[in-house]
Design a protein around this ligand. Sequence first.
Ligand code: ZN
Ligand code: ZN
Length: 94
Amino acid sequence: MRTTEIKEVISRKRHYRDWCNEAILPGDRYIGWTQFDDRPSCNHLHPECMEAFEESDEKEFDNLNPRGCNCDWDDLCARCEERRAANAPEGPHP
Ligand SMILES: [Zn+2]
Ligand SMILES: [Zn+2]
């Protein structure tokens, strides 16, 4: 399989993600490349999703994962738990 160089770019438009369920917005950094199978297809991944993709042995983007993870929506995933905690609003809940 032939691919273009993998490079990190700043998005100028909205991209639908290939790995997770979150879109890439204008101004976000993403990792992009094009691969040529029968026809060219472009891939756009958040940098943290690229790490998760490289760690996993999946070769295709056939099912969505949580952003930055490759656990396939495992409720008990420690990395997703950490991410949820990091994204939670400051302070105690009312
Ligand atoms: Zn992503
Ligand atoms: Zn996870």
